[in-house]
Design a protein around this ligand. Sequence first.
Ligand code: NAD
Ligand code: UD1
Length: 338
Amino acid sequence: MQILVTGGAGYIGSHTCVALLEAGHTVIVADNLCNSKAETIDKIKQIVNQGNEANMDNKITFYKIDVTDEVAVEKVFSNHKLDGVIHFAGLKAVGESVEKPLAYYYNNLVSTIVLSKMCLKYGVNKFVFSSSATVYGDNTVPFVETMQLLPTTNPYGETKVMSERILTDAIKANPDFSVSLLRYFNPVGAHESGLIGEAPNGIPNNLMPYVTQVAKGKLEKLRVFGNDYPTVDGTGVRDYIHVMDLADGHVVALDNLSNGVHIYNLGTGQGTSVLQLVKAFEEANGIEIPYEIVDRRPGDIASCYADASKAERKLKWIAKRDIVEMCLDSWRFEQQNK
Ligand code: NAD
Ligand code: UD1
């Protein structure tokens, strides 16, 4: 299939491009590079073709465009006979979304509307959307797809709830359209080559990139946000999932799309506390991570992990890589990434 991957130069999008190309699909990337670099496209080619980039030119095409720009997006749809869209492009920093709510609503909602509108116009009826476990709010773990969603605590989370609703309503009005809403838990890790991974700008907000920067000596010590949660050791519990497992989840979601809206949790189903993750990282890589316990971070919940059984039942997909592999691959990328 020929697939438009919006945000394909970003963290999850780039790994998914690798998985799509390895599965034999052709990829068109649309990214405005607001949180990524064009050289990632060359690295994707390098990984897939093991050094012989020239052969990849007809397999992956890159457009530096903003996917809220309807005219630019329409050019891509008219230039290529697309079979499906995977929509990763979006702004994702929770704190920034509180400071710049309009930018978040505009970018994340207009992009979803423009892309679904073009899909309907050009008869492209497969759409896979990057949603997030954040849509569950502070529900009881494990989170199941059938749960009623609880309020989110920030504009970023709202854009995911609203995008899910926009796409669900578009399906009701257009029964030939098919959408997969993929609710990711906590993506970590990197491609095993160490060529692509997550390189956040500035001081990382998320746990794993913070840990790898402490390991590298860029940051002095980890601040653990609270040790008085009702969890195994008092620290927050999350469902960390290797980004390559997540990437594979997109390929199977696309391959199995049928008419209607389909919601899947993409997680491992395993909860890991902050201190358990720190210990796993130390043991896997033989590096000590100094930390201190500080106050809870506003907006954090105690526990968040998936009931991942629906994806296993319906898509025959499970996350294969364990926490050790996540720690090894995250650290390899940090070391190689300048
Ligand atoms: P990322 O920032 O690495 O990738 C997003 C990409 O989209 C970037 O390359 C950016 O340049 C591009 N982009 C943003 N707005 C654009 C626009 N208007 N037009 C064109 N390109 C645009 O983020 P990621 O971690 O790869 O996340 C991908 C998607 O998954 C996002 O929608 C995010 O909200 C969602 N998600 C991420 C996580 C996570 O922890 N990383 C968890 C749940 C959901
Ligand atoms: C964050 C986002 C969430 C998003 C998810 C995946 C917030 C409030 N939530 O979730 O919307 O979907 O990332 O990208 O930002 N921790 C520390 N010290 C740190 C960093 C984190 O102790 O320096 C703890 C947190 O308190 C949490 C756990 O580590 O218990 C994981 O945090 P993080 O990686 O930021 O992810 P989430 O909070 O799950």
